[in-house]
Design a protein around this ligand. Structure first.
Ligand code: SF4
Length: 95
C-alpha cells in the first residue's frame, strides 16, 4: 500500500503557482471533490504546468467542449473532469 503524505506536496511552489493552484482547488471543491482529492489534483496540475514537466495531459475542465453543469462533452467524447488525459479534440479554455 502506498501512503501519500499530502503535507509535502507543492512545497516547492512559487507564489504564482500557489495562487493558480488555490483557484483550481476551489473549483474542484465546488465540483464535489473532497478536500484531499481537490488538493492533490490541483498540485498535480501545478507540476504539469511547469515548462519542463513533459506532461501534456489535460482535464476536461480545461476544455471549451466541456459543459460542466451538464457533466458532458459537446463532442460526444467520454467526459472525465478529474482525470489527466490526452484528447485529440481538446481545445483550451481562454485564460
Ligand atoms: S473534447 Fe476531449 S478534452 Fe474536451 S471535454 Fe470532450 S473529452 Fe474532454
Amino acid at each position: 500500500m502506498v501512503v501519500m503524505d499530502v503535507g509535502v506536496l507543492g512545497q516547492d511552489r512559487t507564489d504564482e503557482e500557489w495562487e493558480t493552484m488555490l483557484k483550481r482547488e476551489t473549483t474542484l471543491l465546488k465540483m464535489g471533490l473532497s478536500g484531499v482529492e481537490a488538493f492533490v489534483l490541483a498540485v498535480r496540475c501545478m507540476y504539469r504546468d511547469r515548462p519542463d514537466s513533459g506532461d501534456d495531459r489535460t482535464l476536461c475542465l480545461e476544455c471549451q467542449h466541456a459543459k460542466r453543469k451538464q457533466a458532458r462533452c459537446t463532442k460526444a467524447q467520454v467526459y472525465l473532469p478529474f482525470v489527466l488525459q490526452r484528447c485529440d479534440l481538446f481545445l483550451k479554455v481562454a485564460a
